[in-house]
Design a protein around this ligand. Structure first.
Ligand SMILES: Nc1ncnc2c1ncn2[C@@H]1O[C@H](COP(=O)(O)OP(=O)(O)OP(=O)(O)O)[C@@H](O)[C@H]1O
Ligand SMILES: [Mg+2]
Length: 482
């Protein structure tokens, strides 16, 4: 629930304002002057502050400056007498959202708070992701890595056209979310989005699921039934796990894609269709084509416009915004007020390999929400597999430094021991290599105080590669500026 702080030296006014608000939606607390307000805000998270201007100890204007310096996302609405309107205008210049004249009318108050929260939401979702896609409620598409920004711009363009799309990516990378974004942001959005999980339908029923059947078409078909293609008319049909459909259905699907017509089982009437097909798979269709289990012609029909979703481990700087997003989602679901994730817990999240990608992160966050008793998620409330994903430490002495063209004495080492942690827990070459690269880059940035050019030259990495790797591992060079 949103938290509001009401600040005024007039106790009666505080009570009036608070009682106009409490009804149901908000947690309301009070402070009697600017100084108390600032202290409370520093100790506890608030979403919005309603504040008088003239108060003893610390004025509203001064308090506003401190609040905004502490957390610019807190919305501040100034309560002011008409004679002080100039102060109120000054306050909006300093970052207050707006002002209300005293005596405060409860309708105006509720309306303005509502607007303030709406704009706060917008700012928050903008900071998560480049565009804000329309999605069925409860979902948001989050990502700020370059990889995801590219995906967003592809979705944006593909939503407007009608071509088939094939979405590829490991399990849990957001394939269904992409399919929904394509549908709900395009001209078909007022018609249905129908998802079929091809791996969940037995082969014998698949044709009837897709195309429907006439009464008596086969044993058990005791009434006429329309199929998913017809149900999705005018909208989008999402064929999830397309790699799982049997050969017989592949031929039929190809025909539908080519001719935009199909025949229900047991019928002799063709039905025309106007449905956009979006398919998804995490299978390697190319090798399925080679071994004959997936038709090449169907592949090319579907693969007109492919979208490849990168796994989470290749866009680690999305982990922070995703976990922030899940924090808000679960705060609502579990009626909690968790403010964020402690630093050591966050670095564990960043070093995990996330084989289950975003779905796994979502589950981990939910697990932590259930267990966490404080208002920040700590290492102890993370599941064991994450706590254990901290790499086992093994030092590879100066040998590593030498072979990576660091010459001791050549550069200012300043106590930064050139040793690396190596993940030997699982004998996974890729994971160990990535862990090594990450440690190496952080160490090098430390030595060269975050200067990209120097780091690139001395560590013998092309600047482009360096920048790409920093992005990949979510390392910010500026953090090493000293
Ligand atoms: N970028 C994202 N921002 C917010 N939530 C996301 C994002 N990507 C995925 N999710 C969430 O993660 C979960 C898994 O996503 P989704 O079901 O789309 O993955 P998938 O690729 O279809 O997985 P699978 O191959 O297992 O079917 C969903 O709850 C989804 O809402
Ligand atoms: Mg899926």
């Amino acid at each position: 629930m949103r938290k509001i702080l009401v600040v005024d030296d007039d106790a009666e006014l505080r009570m009036t304002v608070a009682s106009a608000l409490t009804e149901g939606q908000y947690v309301v607390e009070q402070a009697c002057d600017g100084e108390e307000a600032v202290n409370r805000i520093k100790a506890n998270a608030f979403d919005l502050v309603l504040m008088d201007v003239n108060m003893p100890r610390l004025s509203g204007i001064e308090a506003l400056k401190e609040i905004k310096a502490h957390d610019p996302s807190i919305m501040v609405i100034i309560l002011t007498a008409f004679s002080n309107i100039r102060d109120a205008i000054e306050a909006t210049r300093l970052g207050a959202y707006n002002y209300l004249e005293k005596p405060v009318k409860s309708d105006n108050l509720v309306y303005m708070i509502d607007l303030a929260f709406k704009s706060q939401n917008m700012v928050k979702s903008l900071s998560y992701s480049a565009p804000v896609f329309n999605l069925p409620s409860g979902n948001e598409f989050v990502g700020q890595s370059n990889e995801m920004k590219k995906i967003f711009s592809i979705i944006d363009r593909l939503a407007r056209v009608d071509t088939a799309v094939l979405i590829r990516g490991e399990s849990g990378t957001g394939k269904e979310l992409v399919a929904q974004s394509l549908h709900y942001n395009g001209p078909r959005k007022d018609n249905r989005f129908v998802a079929i999980n091809c791996s969940a339908i037995p082969e014998s029923l698949m044709e009837s699921e897709f195309f429907g059947h006439e009464k008596g078409a086969f044993t058990g078909a005791d009434s006429r039934k329309i199929g998913k293609f017809q149900y999705a008319e005018g909208g989008t049909l999402f064929l999830d796990e397309i790699g799982e459909i049997p050969a017989s259905m592949q031929v039929k699907l190809l025909r539908v894609l080519q001719e935009k017509k199909f025949t229900p089982v047991g019928s002799n009437r063709e039905i025309e269709m106007n449905v956009r097909i979006v398919a998804a798979t995490n299978r390697n269709l190319e090798s399925m084509i080679k071994d004959g289990s997936f038709r090449e012609d169907l592949f090319y029909r579907l693969n007109v416009l492919p979208i490849q979703l990168p796994p989470l481990r290749e866009r680690k700087n999305d982990i922070e915004s995703l976990s922030q997003y899940f924090t808000e989602k679960f705060n609502q679901r579990y009626h909690k007020q968790i403010r964020g994730i402690k630093e050591d817990a966050m670095s564990l999240l960043k070093s995990h390999r996330w084989p289950g990608n975003i779905r796994e992160l979502e589950n981990v966050m939910e697990h932590a929400f259930v267990l966490e008793a404080e208002d920040m998620i700590s290492v102890d409330s993370l599941p064991e597999k994450i706590r254990n994903s901290a790499p086992a430490v093994q030092h590879i002495d100066k040998m590593a430094a030498g072979s990576l063209s660091f010459e001791e004495g050549d550069i200012p080492m300043e106590g930064s021991a050139m040793s690396f942690r190596l993940s030997v827990q699982k004998f996974d070459f890729q994971a160990s290599k990535e862990e090594f690269e990450k440690q190496f880059l952080m160490e090098a940035l430390k030595v060269f105080k975050g200067k990209i050019n120097q780091t690139a030259i001395h560590a013998n990495i092309p600047k482009k590669t360096l920048l790409r790797k920093l992005e990949k591992y979510g390392i910010t060079a500026k953090d090493y500026n000293d």
